[in-house]
Design a protein around this ligand. Structure first.
Ligand code: FAD
Length: 239
């Protein structure tokens, strides 16, 4: 499958291409699916960093569509990892629902990176949702022992069962059901985050693009947190 203009642009920007092969899958909840892969040489070539993600090409009606997904439990020696799909009605979700061992997808590595917050923050303040859960888990794993408060937006009753990797001694999870396109999450974080802003925090935000933008602006401008202590990336576009 050619990747069209998006692929050509990524190539110019030195994206590297790999083919991933499905080895199995498990339905974690009815709305969340984990798929296991061999990595086609990705991890040996690129190494591993926290919250690492790849651009995967999914085909729909003969056209390639690029979607970002986060590596779960990458194992460099074995050349394996998993991806976790928050399911909805989309080309990537449809592929994840029906893929079988032996299926392949093409992927481009470009744009991912991770700057560990230095000095270590006094507290992690994390805002995420099922799409960013793999990255949230990876972030928590990367900073063991750092206290964390996680606001986690849920969309389905089954999201209560999602595997958030909490260390009960250091991490606190605050679930917020999604309402009004993320307005409840914004209100809750704005009400609660200032009380934790004195803890020398590192704020990490990844939910839908509009909510992410609103909360990032709030943290940087209204709370005046230093720019390098606020990381924000919209993970999906609500329609
Ligand atoms: C760096 C990065 C890493 C990411 N990692 C992951 C990951 O590990 N796991 C994961 O599940 N997602 C992840 N995402 C989000 C994922 O790329 C998007 O959700 C993507 O739009 C899904 O593609 P799709 O083809 O299934 O749906 P699309 O064709 O993009 O959208 C179809 C419809 O579904 C809606 N939609 C799209 N995403 C969601 C969602 N998450 N929740 C509810 N409705 C949605 C859209 O508004 C649209 O109406 C990541 C995004 C980024 C930027």
């Amino acid at each position: 499958m050619g990747h069209g203009w998006q692929g050509a642009v990524l190539k110019l920007m030195r994206g590297k291409d790999f083919t991933f092969t499905v080895t199995g899958a498990e339905q974690v909840t009815e709305d969340y699916r984990r798929v296991h892969f061999t990595d086609g040489g990705l991890l040996a070539a690129a190494g591993i960093h926290p919250t690492m993600w790849v651009r995967i090409w999914f085909e729909n009606a003969g056209k390639p569509h690029q979607r970002a997904y986060t590596l779960v439990d990458p194992d460099q020696e074995a050349g394996t990892f998993s991806l976790e799909f928050a399911l909805h009605d989309g080309v990537a979700s449809r592929w994840a629902r029906s893929c079988a061992p032996g299926d392949t997808v093409e992927a481009t590595l470009q744009g991912t990176g991770f700057d560990a917050p230095e000095p270590r923050p006094g507290r992690l303040l994390v805002v995420g949702d099922p799409a960013s859960l793999p990255a949230v888990n990876s972030l928590l794993d990367a900073l063991p022992g750092v206290p964390a408060t996680v606001w986690f937006e849920t969309q389905h009753a089954s999201d209560e069962e999602l595997p958030v990797r909490l260390d009960p001694e250091h991490h606190e999870l605050r679930r917020v059901p999604r309402r009004d396109g993320g307005a409840d999450l914004v209100a809750r974080v704005k009400a609660e985050l200032p009380g934790l802003a004195e803890s020398d925090p590192y704020v990490w935000i990844a939910c839908d693009t509009a909510t992410t933008r609103t909360l990032a602006t709030y943290a940087r401008k209204e709370l005046a947190l230093p720019k390098e202590r606020v990381h924000a990336l919209g993970y999906w576009r609500a329609s």
